[in-house]
Design a binder for this molecule. Sequence first.
Ligand code: 5GP
Length: 114
Amino acid sequence: MSEPSIFTRILQGEIPGEIVAQNERVFVLRDIHPQAPVHLLVIPKTQEYANVAELAAGDPALLAEVVAMAQKVAAEHADGDFRLIFNSGAGAGQTVFHVHAHVLAGGLEEKKLV
Ligand code: 5GP
């Protein structure tokens, strides 16, 4: 059994974090270092998948739930338009190896969409 990730510890109430939505299988945490006016993390409650490729291979329905939840919270917290980013691997900037989708919205007028 691996050590609980930082996200699991927040979900379990062990350390503070602002959880803005959840359902049976995913939860949404406000990022502590926001990179946009709205910066939320959509996170499967299970930490068994380290990155999006593992999640897609292991439980594609859960990946679809992550995307659906991203759309839902983007509509609730912004105008419904959003960027969805999965950093995959340390070389791509991933720091927490419990798969999560960054939902970024607002303030992107000047930013190139790549
Ligand atoms: P990654 O770099 O793995 O793609 O994204 C990890 C994200 O988790 C970062 O954007 C970082 O700001 C966020 N993060 C790391 N530790 C915490 C924490 O303790 N609380 C919250 N709310 N976000 C965190």
